[in-house]
Design a protein around this ligand. Sequence first.
Ligand code: PLP
Length: 964
Amino acid sequence: MSFETRRLAELADHDGFIKRHNGPSPADVDTMLKALNMQRMEDLIEQTVPSDIRLGRELALDDPRSEAEALDYLSQLARQNRVTKSYIGQGYYGTHMPAVIQRNVLENPGWYTAYTPYQPEISQGRLEGLLNFQQVIMDLTGMELANASLLDEATAAAEAMALCKRSNKKSKSIAFFVADDLFPQTLDVIKTRAAFFGFELISGPAETLAEHDVFGALVQYPSASGNVTDISPLLSAAKERGIMTCVATDLLSLVLLKEPGAMGADIVVGNSQRFGVPMGFGGPHAAFFATSDKLKRSIPGRIIGVSKDSRGNTALRMAMQTREQHIRREKATSNICTAQALLANIAGFYATYHGAEGLRKIAGRVHRLTSLLAKGIIQAGVTLAHDSWFDTLRLTQVDAGKIHGRAMTHDINLHYFANGDVGISLDETTTAHDVATLFDVLLGDEHGLSVTTLDEHVINEEISGIPENYRRESRFLEHPTFKRYRSETEMLRYLKRLENKDLSLAHAMIPLGSCTMKLNATSEMIPISWPAFAHLHPFAPRDQVAGYHQMIDELAAFLVEVTGYDHISMQPNSGAQGEYAGLLAIRRYQAAQGEAHRDVCLIPSSAHGTNPASAAMLSMDVVVVECDVNGNIDLDDLTRKAQQYSDRLSAVMITYPSTHGVFESHVRKVCDVVHAHGGQVYVDGANMNAQVGLTRPGDFGGDVSHLNLHKTFCIPHGGGGPGMGPIGVKAHLAPFVSNHAVTPIKGVNPENGAVSAAAFGSASILPISWAYIKMMGAQGLREATELAILNANYIAKRLESAYPILYRGQKGNVAHECIIDIRPLKSASGISEEDIAKRLMDYGFHAPTMSFPVPGTLMIEPTESESLYEIDRFCDAMIAIREEITRVEKGEWPLDNNPLVNAPHTQADLMDSEWQRPYDRKLGAFPTDAVAASKYWPTVNRVDNVFGDRQLICSCPSIDEYRR
Ligand SMILES: *Cc1c(COP(=O)(O)O)cnc(C)c1O
């Protein structure tokens, strides 16, 4: 740095944010290095990261910006977006997020920094929110079961197709029918998915559904162009022919329309976006997936179920959790891991706040305004394509050019069909005044129509776009939860009550290995609420979203530099979707080389479950590569298998540093071996937090990686989503990344199908990662990585005398996480890793990652954001727990009655009139003074996993159940 730039940097407080993001102070760093017997950070890094892969220079990024400067810059980008009135529809609608939900959930770290509720005892709040969401979906769709969200409507539809194939044992067909009046982005994603499953797609008018020999069929109701028809005869005819049926639908329309469940649908999917979640230029919002009861064991994604705790009280948990966690590896049928928990919670709360009456009012108003618009248009002599509608009209034989011109002068976006028709979708935000303007736009100024007169017609003549025999007759949202929280005061307290049940980063460190629970800075979060990012339709014209494109291009450029790849595809909206998109690019590339037969994917035994699951989704054969005793990929086994499958080898999927938490020194060799046999190298980027600024996967042999922006790049986990999983690829793979049917991405082959519903996935959360990189700059990012490594090694050092550290690198160091082995302890004492995880709750901590990647272990990842104070607090807790285990080992406490197996301790435990435990109440609930001073209380006792799986209940229990 020149004197001049250094002085300017000082004056602008350019490293101010770095000090906020990174937990340890310079003095803490000295203390930790000393504990490791080291002088300088450079010594630690030299001994940890293999020298042959070190970057050897600082990343070429801009100087770090202060929080104020970064926000200022982002607001300039936001100003290049233009928020207009959107009537585009096509799956994305205007909506009013209730302010009480915006402030207390979306913008509240108590909700957004929580992790996926794998530890139910400290997650009852968001589990209840998600259960509400499931209930809303079940009620509105009329189905018996719903999951707790998928990534978007298009991928949900693709999952539905796959579920039909594996559940339909009657049909031998490999063909799937898709009705032609389907959202184009849904069709796009289904096409991509079908191609590698080897399914044939048959498209035609919905009425012809039962004429084909297919295993399953998808219809949209109401259709993409707004038609509302009675699909029950189609569904019954299909059922008679042994065809499984999927219905893609719109939640708000179901308030008024007969529900698909009552018409015999097997699977119902859709988007819950218009339940209070802004369009966000495509996401994130929660898709839903509902089925009949008989499909409950094969439904993709997470299901929240009702179980009970050790006191017999009702407690919620993720049902069939082991299945989800490991995604059944090579037998996997879906790779869904991160979904859209935060947005599902928001949609559920929207329904809770409005209740059935509120939703009827909203849907009724949307429909009445649409009917009024239809009446006026018809009166003016314009033809509508359909005689029925809910919220969408399709105008035919109109002068689309003229309409477009007038629409532009009014700042209005409409949907323009390829054949010249014009589509208009109304929503919750549409007013009578808006409809008057729409008449001007559609008919010109001389129409002479009056909204009030038309409205009188609509009321008096009972004009409706929904024919009588398919109006909704059944009731919905009858559960007391949907009646109790109608006033803002009640809602506020409900949200706060649920929030208080959960442990989030607002309470304590969440040392989950492989999940990188670092700071989600407030400054990074602020822009996502700005209307200029939140309120844009993903299909808005290019010139209205220039700010988005620039922000995305800049973020992509940052990530190119950080990874050493040549191109970033910003479409996948989770890590696992990134894996799928990356493997897809590999398979497309190989097909273009005349090597489509390459279908073997080598995956180390230690891999994350999504790796084999993603490979399975591309019909690849997964061949498992063994690891050696040190946890490294067994190079001999890899070489043997690469040779054995040489002519079929498509790719290897490795995680670096390994899921065992070490920098393997032979990673270049691994890549070379696979390349030598014609394979491509997929580097799972989940552990990028140990690499940024020190090494780059694109330099040491990777051809493609996904980056979990919700891990390394500060997007919060939201209690199980959202996330973003963009992929970095080398130049040869760049032509093969995903494109998008509606909004083509420049520079990408238009024939490449999409993997997500929107071109840039969950675009509205990208400013978070942009701001992080902008505020950290090259130096800050490198320091963060170094500190993440230092923190992990310090923990390993402090814990090593209490717990064996399972794996270390060549020079004895771990990377950014460390695995402690509980198996020897368990055989000596009977205390399990689960007991330790639950006991940590009494100490106010979230457990580390349990039994991944090695059963019977805990994997700890502190990240750079945790201070020495917090890390010491955690280590103290772990060491105190170790001492408790010793007392069990020595027989001081019986194995079936001690603070570990009884953990977590609740207020209910302390209230017991008789305390029949060999330790006192204080040790149970306030094991340290620090805990006593500021206690986080788990609200239920240990949750019974088996009970909940044996009898799967996924709907809201009666209020009495909660009270017990
Ligand atoms: C988190 C993670 C994934 C999956 O990411 P999602 O966003 O949850 O789909 C894949 N691989 C590894 C090693 C991970 O830690």
